[in-house]
Design a protein around this ligand. Structure first.
Ligand SMILES: [Zn+2]
Length: 360
């Protein structure tokens, strides 16, 4: 992913020289969400998001540990050294007054639509251009604090909320320099977890240093009853710049108002879930300003968000209310409203490279 990935790969690669090849099965799997109030407005291809669309994050980490003996050390280094350094530097920069308003970071993005042979655009997995454009609009709302609800964030989170000031733009040129609309289409009769990594991604990706890649497809095993909505990798050494870097997004979770991609981009730009990896109050997300959570919010209670009023959420650690409006929690779509400033600092630092990361 653009410069940052190059940077992190290089800088952390110095520390970790272990093998990073063949991480094909290691996924930071994602999902969540319950039925939203506007579920009846879903496009024909969409399915209602339910609690049974669960996340395989822990399973993914377990798989990564099995194939990469250094993975645990990389996690530890990232959590204990990189994340604190990024946040400390960003905080000092703001305090000094050097950073008045963040520069908008623009990132070329390409959507690869993976569909069955013979499907015309707008049919089944072969999403039409407008669906992609609508999805991109939602993504950019979320990364520019323009989403519904932002202006109504209550005072209790006013000092924590953060605006990433990141804009994703459909690529205007392909890797060969030819004009492009940033959407490609590819026919595959069979899509499996294995061939997504070993066949589809290598055959379709655009250089991940120059573009953010999103693949929309039918994720194996996902149905209206449950399954994985999307997944992305954290930017540990070996991932940035590789042909599997990017987000895999189930086509039924793609389109206007779907915030699964916003959550995945959070992972891709270095964020963990707000409750950490395994849950419990001793497992933090490494972000200083997000309140400690012992579990994801959906697992505790259902929050009926409507974008204008925000009921009190659960507290699982130190009497701190969950920041359940956070994109990196598991909550209904209508609740997902903001990142924290600490999360924004990490995402922007990861994108830009340099800074404290470069001194490590
Ligand atoms: Zn996640």
């Amino acid at each position: 992913m653009i410069q940052f990935i190059k940077f992190i790969a290089i800088s952390l690669g110095i520390v970790f020289s272990g093998p990073d090849a063949n991480v094909s099965d290691a996924l930071v799997v994602e999902t969540n969400e319950t039925i939203s109030s506007d579920s009846l407005k879903l496009e024909p291809h969409r399915i209602q998001e339910k609690l049974t669309h669960t996340c395989g994050f822990n399973h993914a980490i377990d798989m990564m540990k099995k194939i990469d003996p250094d993975y645990e050390a990389k996690m530890k280094f990232y959590d204990e050294v990189v994340l604190p350094a990024i946040q400390k530097e960003a905080k000092a920069r703001r305090k000094s007054g050097l950073q008045k308003r963040a520069e908008v970071l623009s990132i070329p993005i390409v959507f690869h639509i993976i569909h069955k042979p013979g499907q015309s655009p707008g049919s089944g997995e072969n999403l039409d251009d407008q669906t992609i454009i609508d999805q991109l609009e939602t993504l950019n709302e979320d990364f520019s604090a323009l989403n519904p609800g932002w202006a109504n964030i209550p005072d209790r989170w006013a000092d924590i909320k953060g605006n990433p000031e990141i804009k994703f733009c459909l690529a205007e040129f392909d890797p060969q320099g030819n004009p492009s609309i940033g959407i490609t289409r590819h026919e595959y009769q069979t899509v499996t977890d294995a061939n997504i990594q070993s066949v589809i991604k290598p055959a379709t990706f655009w250089p991940t240093q120059d573009y953010y890649n999103v693949w929309t497809l039918s994720i194996p095993g996902t149905t209206a009853a449950g399954g994985v909505a999307g997944y992305a990798y954290l930017p540990y050494p070996g991932t940035p710049g590789s042909n599997f870097d990017g987000t895999v997004l189930d086509y039924r979770f793609t389109g206007k108002g779907s915030r699964t991609l916003s959550h995945e981009l959070g992972h891709g730009l270095g964020l963990k879930h707000t409750w950490g990896n395994s849950g419990g109050c001793g497992d933090d997300d490494g972000i200083a300003d997000t309140p400690a959570q012992g579990a994801n919010t959906n697992s505790i209670t259902y929050i009926p968000c409507n974008g204008s009023s925000w009921p009190m959420g659960p507290s699982t650690c130190n009497s701190l209310e969950h920041m359940y409006i956070n994109y990196m929690d598991y909550v209904p779509s209508a609740c997902r409203t903001t990142f924290s400033q600490g999360q924004v600092d990490v995402m922007r630092s990861v994108l830009l490279g340099g800074g404290p990361v470069g001194q490590i």
